[in-house]
Each structure stands twice: as structure tokens, then as C-alpha cells.
Design a protein around this ligand. Structure first.
Ligand code: SF4
Ligand code: SF4
Length: 386
């Protein structure tokens, strides 16, 4: 069986040196960084810089201070480090603070599209082949630095979903259109994850995001570093901490069933803090009814999506007409009309890409009473398993 040890360590905030100590302790509990990274190896570090640009205090991205704490330790083992994500606006590197920390540490900062993408065999549940960023494929070792957040389509985004950023942006948008059912979309995420398989995951759970994540939820202090060699197990522990049943989260369920990691908490060895002692009791989940939607027959998908899934609604007084939602929309349902965004409900597949792309809080997710009832049942089922 793979190493299913996951370290959970308290971290008070993003101020050094306390955070560096917490990261170091987490890695020590796992047996030390060299358990995962050979000396002198070429390392690619995948951070979450979810576009468009956003500053770290919004809790949308992996905090640069968190990345810096991990990178400082990596630098003691190897000088060959590249940090990156795929961004369409290079201001992401400045606004996030990554340009500054990478310059200070002397490590390369890369926009993945600069080096292009290579087609690889995946033989997954949805994809036979996938285009993966060349810089990721060329690394000896991949280190994964996800952010703990809710996700309005997939319920949770962390270690497994962080690798959606290694496929080209155009395909990411198309995949949402081609695979709108959450369960199927999560199989696709796991297909991509299976082509990458990081050696080490260190999750930024110091301040996470609750509510309508991954971009428009609320920052939530969690105060933890969660790390392990099994990314699926890291997700499972993080999900348990915020009150989710990991085997009811599609990414974890599929990855577990496909033998890509361990998603069952009963099979995971947690070291450091016990899950029960750090649980966030009132963590707010997103409004989506993804689990029920995923279990319905395909023939009901269109009806169920329209009635059970949260619906994006533009708040005109906050909309600045920037068009980010239009670029992100896979179906053309979002458009600019009279200087403001407008969403055509009939062609909207509720993929939440517009909501994720808007940095002005100008798209709200609304649900009707049936969807709210189903969602509260889903939440109760998640919280029953403790
Ligand atoms: S809804 Fe948001 S992303 Fe869309 S145009 Fe308005 S401000 Fe921009
Ligand atoms: S309007 Fe938003 S939720 Fe609807 S299809 Fe377009 S991006 Fe997806």
C-alpha cells in the first residue's frame, strides 16, 4: 500500500518564522523532505494562482508566504526549482506576490503556456489522452502546493483539483461544456491528476475559503499545514477537518476507487494534530447540489441542472463590464449588454466558470427551495460520518 501518512500541524498565520517552523515540522513528521525529493532533482512546484489576478488576502491563491516557507526548505536540497501555474494575465505574478518571492529566493517563475503542452496517454475514465504542460512533464519531481477551498461545482478544491491548471486554458473551458455533470467532470479531473501524480503535497490551510468558492467565497481561518506523499489522502484529511465525508466528494471518491491514492479516513495515518482536535465545526459549504446531480441518470441531466444546481445571477451595480465572465463561459450564455454582463439562463449549464472568473463579486449563486432542501440533506449526510 502507498504511504498514507498525513501530517497536520498548527500554523498561526502567514508571518515568518512561525509558518516556516510549522512547514518544517510537518515535513519532519513525514520523515523529512529527502524522503520525497532526491538531492539535486529538477523540481516543479505547482501553486494555485487561479486567474484573473488576485492578492493573497482574498484567500483565492496559495499564499506566497506559504510557498516561500516550502521553497526555502527545497532550496537546501536542490537549486533546480521552477514554480508555476497557467495564467492568462501576467499581472497575476505581481499582484499575488510570487514575482517578489521567487526573485528573492532565486527560483524560476513560469507561466506554463510559455513552454507549451505535450499530448500524453491517460487512458482515464473520460479522457484517453490529455495535453499536459511540458514544464511539469520534464520535472524529475512534482511538489503540489494547493489551497484548501470550497468549490461551487465540485464541492471541494485542493490537492487533486490543483492539477486542472496544467492543461491548456482553452481545453479547460471546453471540458466544462462537454462534461457538465459534477461526477463526470471530477472523473476528468482525476484523469488529469493520474498523468501528473505529485511526490509531495503541502496544503495551504492556514487561511482557507468557505462558502461560494473557489473565488467568491469568504476567507476562513483554519490555522493548519496539511502535508503528505499521497495527495488523495491529504485531500481526505482536509475534507474531514472541514466537515465533509471524503468518500462523498467526487474527486476523492474517484481517485480512491481507481487506486490513485487513499480517500478513506479509516486507512490514513494522521500524525501531528488529531483531526477531531482541529475540526472546523461551522465551515460553510458551497450551495451546489453536486452529489445528487451526479447520481441521477444522464437523461435527467438537463432538467436537474436547471432545477437543482445553483444559478449564476449578475448583480448589475457591482458589474464593471470587464468581460472576464464572457471569456470563461463555454456555451456563450454570458455576454456583455449595455456595458454590463448578462446571462442567458436557457443556455447556461451551471458550470460556475463565470462565477470563478469574476473578481468584482458581481455574480451571485442563487438556488431555489428544492435545491436548497437537497443541499441541506447532502450536508447532513457529509456530517453524519464523524
Ligand atoms: S460579471 Fe464580473 S466578470 Fe462579468 S463583466 Fe461583470 S465584473 Fe466582469
Ligand atoms: S453563464 Fe456561467 S455558469 Fe452558465 S455556462 Fe456560462 S460560465 Fe457556465
Amino acid at each position: 500500500m502507498a504511504n498514507t501518512r498525513v501530517a497536520v500541524v498548527r500554523a498561526g498565520g502567514y508571518g515568518s518564522p512561525e509558518l516556516c517552523d510549522a512547514v518544517e515540522r510537518a515535513l519532519d513528521l513525514l520523515g523529512g523532505l529527502e524522503q520525497f525529493i532526491p538531492r539535486g532533482a529538477k523540481v516543479f512546484v505547482k501553486v494555485n494562482l487561479l486567474p484573473p489576478p488576485s492578492p493573497p488576502e482574498r484567500a483565492i491563491i496559495t499564499h506566497p508566504a506559504f510557498a516561500e516557507a516550502v521553497l526555502s526548505l527545497l532550496r537546501e536540497i536542490t537549486p533546480h526549482i521552477t514554480v508555476g501555474d497557467d495564467v492568462h494575465d501576467l499581472r497575476s505574478f505581481e499582484v499575488s506576490g510570487y514575482r517578489e518571492i521567487c526573485a528573492r529566493l532565486g527560483v524560476e517563475l513560469l507561466n506554463l503556456r510559455e513552454k507549451g503542452f505535450t499530448e500524453v496517454e491517460v487512458n482515464g475514465a473520460v479522457l484517453d489522452k490529455a495535453y499536459i504542460a511540458r514544464a511539469v512533464l520534464e520535472a524529475d519531481v512534482i511538489v503540489n502546493l494547493p489551497k484548501l477551498k470550497t468549490h461551487s461545482l465540485t464541492t471541494f478544491t485542493g490537492a487533486v483539483k490543483n492539477f486542472y491548471g496544467v492543461v491548456p486554458a482553452g481545453l479547460r473551458t471546453r471540458f466544462h461544456g462537454d462534461h457538465p455533470r459534477p461526477a463526470e467532470f471530477c472523473q476528468l479531473l482525476v484523469d488529469i491528476f493520474s498523468a501528473v501524480r505529485p511526490a509531495l503535497t503541502v496544503m495551504d490551510a492556514v487561511v482557507g475559503m468557505e462558502g461560494a468558492g473557489p473565488a467568491n467565497g469568504d476567507p476562513r481561518e483554519i490555522g493548519l499545514v496539511i502535508a503528505g506523499g499521497d495527495a488523495v489522502a491529504v485531500d481526505a484529511v482536509a475534507q474531514s477537518i472541514v466537515g465533509l465525508d471524503p468518500l462523498r466528494v467526487w474527486t476523492t471518491r474517484h481517485a480512491h476507487d481507481r487506486g490513485l491514492g487513499t480517500g478513506d479516513p479509516a486507512e490514513i495515518e494522521v500524525v501531528g494534530e488529531e483531526v477531531a482536535s482541529v475540526r472546523v465545526e461551522d465551515f460553510r459549504l458551497p450551495p451546489a447540489a453536486g452529489e445528487v446531480l451526479g447520481r441521477l441518470p444522464r437523461i435527467l441531466t438537463r432538467w436537474a441542472t436547471q432545477h437543482l444546481q445553483a444559478c449564476p445571477v449578475v448583480v448589475p451595480e457591482r458589474c464593471v463590464g470587464c468581460g472576464a465572465c464572457v471569456c470563461a463561459c463555454p456555451t456563450g450564455a454570458a455576454a456583455i449588454d449595455g456595458g454590463r454582463a448578462r446571462i442567458d439562463r436557457r443556455s447556461c449549464i451551471r458550470c460556475m466558470c463565470c462565477h470563478e472568473a469574476c473578481r468584482y463579486d458581481a455574480i451571485e449563486l442563487r438556488t431555489d427551495s428544492v435545491a436548497r432542501l437537497i443541499r441541506s440533506l447532502e450536508v447532513a449526510l457529509h456530517r453524519r460520518r464523524r
